[in-house]
Design a protein around this ligand. Structure first.
Ligand SMILES: [Zn+2]
Ligand SMILES: [Zn+2]
Length: 402
């Protein structure tokens, strides 16, 4: 990867994507495939972090490793004392068995980059190469921090990075996420909530076990769990303002060891997604009250273990507007789409946005298999585009700063 050609047309920024494609395109694809082949989970992104550090070698960056175990933060010093902009990518994969049939598919059974984090990492490395080029670096009035974090998928690596100081000194922060279903190459975001709060629970329903032929001598935990699962659906349908978004999904339900035994206990587990903070706070009490009420009516009990996990990913209004404006200038107005609703998926970039104003932006990869599915794959032509957007977000933030 090398420098970026500067053939600016009428004050616009079309040249950035072309320059990155020409100079770094192949290296970005190679890095993405290398990461894709060796997916790592949670905080264990040791090899991925090493690949990132290797790919940044020779650039004028101050590199810090070991944040949140295997995070990497690379700082580029600009020429002035302007603000500092953070750009963040996530590096972890998912416990899913890949079924894409790609020649560079996962070499580890049961692990796959099914959320595009291999692409995010490669795009951020591409942006680092572009911003480190002499012609762009000289235009930066402040610093850029390239943040590579582990453990986005359920382990709150972003929160640990924040606790370890990654957002200290940052004035703005941006992240991209590849987004199936959105037009290929277009960018979409909005001010305010862009991703929901994502919380979870487990529940044990307890009755009295016994012979399958003698239900009158038992308190049937399977029946209790079934009614609890049904009754919990009335929280969203009957207690939440219909214009307010909320999801309660029970993804696991289990009980019993044999067809003719009524088990003593049953287990349920689920996820709760909300956008409104007051509703988020209210959910555990309502889940516990309804479950306990239903179970006790059937001579049993229900014990809830609730975990608040990721808060709402909330974009700063002006940072979201800025991101759409940059996307429009860079790729044409049709490529900058204001999102209408937040996604009900969660995202631990939320923790960084709680500390620093910024925006989380979706990058369309068109009509492909969804995120977190075994067939998820994207056209690598998207990589230079994402890198160009990250580059321009930093460049435009730090040029106007002077
Ligand atoms: Zn994911
Ligand atoms: Zn993701």
């Amino acid at each position: 990867m090398g420098t970026v050609d500067r053939s600016e047309k009428s004050g616009k920024f079309e040249w950035i994507e072309g320059g990155i494609r020409e100079r770094s395109g192949e290296a970005m694809v190679a890095l993405r495939r290398d990461i894709h082949r060796e997916p790592e989970l949670g905080f264990g992104t040791e090899k991925t972090a090493r690949k990132v550090v290797d790919a940044l070698e020779g650039l004028p960056l101050e590199i810090q490793t070991g944040l949140a175990e295997n995070g990497v933060v690379a700082t580029l010093r600009g020429s002035g004392d302007g603000p500092t902009v953070g750009l963040r990518a996530d590096m972890d994969a998912l416990p899913i068995h890949e079924e894409t049939g790609l020649p560079f598919a996962s070499e580890t059974d049961g692990r796959m980059h099914a959320c595009g984090h291999d692409g995010h990492t490669s795009m951020l490395v591409g942006a680092a190469h572009a911003l480190c080029s002499d012609e762009l670096r000289s235009r930066l009035k402040g610093d850029v921090k390239f943040i590579f974090q582990p453990a986005e998928e359920g382990y709150a690596g972003g929160r640990i990075m924040v606790e370890e100081g990654v957002t200290r000194g940052l004035d703005k922060v941006f992240a991209l996420h590849l987004w199936p279903g959105l037009t290929f190459g277009s960018f979409s975001t909005k001010g305010g909530a862009i991703m929901a709060a994502a919380d979870g629970f487990e529940m044990e329903v307890r009755g009295q076990g016994g012979h399958g032929a003698m239900p009158h001598l038992t308190a049937d935990a399977v029946m209790m769990a079934s009614y609890v699962a049904t009754a919990l659906q009335t929280i969203v349908s009957r207690e939440v303002d219909p214009s307010e978004a909320a999801v309660l999904t029970i993804g696991e339900i289990g009980a019993g060891s044999a067809f003719n035994i009524i088990p003593e206990t049953a287990r349920l587990a689920g996820t709760v997604r909300t956008v409104d903070p007051a509703l988020r706070e209210r959910m555990p009490d309502r889940i516990q009250e309804i479950s306990r009420g239903v179970a006790s009516g059937m001579r049993g009990d229900a014990e809830l273990d609730y975990r608040f996990a990721y808060p709402v990913t909330r974009n700063d209004e002006s940072a979201a507007d800025f991101a759409l404006k940059v996307a429009g200038e860079l790729f044409g107005e049709e490529s900058a789409i204001e999102a209408r609703h937040p996604s009900m998926a969660g995202e631990d970039f939320a923790f960084m946005l709680e500390e620093v104003p910024g925006a989380y932006v979706w990058l369309g990869v068109g009509d492909v298999s969804g995120l977190h599915t075994p067939a998820f794959a994207f056209d690598e032509e998207i990589l230079p585009r994402g890198a160009a957007m990250l580059t321009a977000l930093a460049l435009k933030s730090l040029e106007s700063a002077g």
